[in-house]
Design a protein around this ligand. Sequence first.
Ligand SMILES: Nc1ncnc2c1ncn2[C@@H]1O[C@H](COP(=O)(O)OP(=O)(O)OP(=O)(O)O)[C@@H](O)[C@H]1O
Ligand SMILES: [Mg+2]
Length: 238
Amino acid sequence: MTNGVVDNTIALECIDLKKSYNEGPCNVDVLKGISFQLHKGEFVAVIGNSGSGKTTLLHMIGGLDTPSSGHVKVNGQDFSALTDHQRGNVRNQHVGIVYQFHHLLTEFSALENVAMPLMLRKSESVKSAEQRARDMLGRVGLSHRVDHKPSELSGGERQRVAIARALVTKPSVVLADEPTGNLDVHTAKEIQQLMVELNQDLGISFLIVTHDLGLAGQVGRVLKMEDGQLLEIEHPGQ
Ligand SMILES: Nc1ncnc2c1ncn2[C@@H]1O[C@H](COP(=O)(O)OP(=O)(O)OP(=O)(O)O)[C@@H](O)[C@H]1O
Ligand SMILES: [Mg+2]
């Protein structure tokens, strides 16, 4: 596995991103000044020990939490310069996120969860959104579970719904936090293959947190989270 066609366009940029948790008795400096660029078409793995701050980083980029300082730019647009509404639109258009814990909407079916980011776009009809959601659920092997709610799905199936939801909009950037962590080897390989195809065919950039050194060893570039910094390494394990 390598990168798709990489060009010089910067899809995602973090500039001196810092995050400290100061509530309660514990003061933890998790991110101590993260700067990196993800180019269009790149496939990048982020590795690092448990507790090193990988999920925290994705939450800052994905907007589940705000950084203590620093900047996140998507397609050149600085999140801190946008209103909440504008930021939401940029995310909807350009970023797909697979969270470590799936964050599906419990009262909606798999189909509705996957169609949701498309429904939020005024330009998309309900029919077209549902068709695209159905197609993407098919690609993650869940055609037979479209009407199930998250509580009626297995852990791996929920993870696949979350992956379908992140990919259905064909965003510029997909951020994924151990997307295949709960899956059997065969299904994990199929999902990895799907991500590679979307990377190579559509030029979608991927930033994937993984503990799978086999996967990390196959991607174009590996970044390691260590002591609050994101270090560029050539091969996992170095
Ligand atoms: N709300 C919070 N308040 C205080 N500390 C927190 C909070 N959230 C996370 N942390 C701490 O920040 C550190 C980084 O957590 P994070 O979830 O980013 O790690 P991770 O690299 O994703 O780990 P894993 O591989 O286990 O998923 C941990 O030491 C964690 O205890
Ligand atoms: Mg994590």
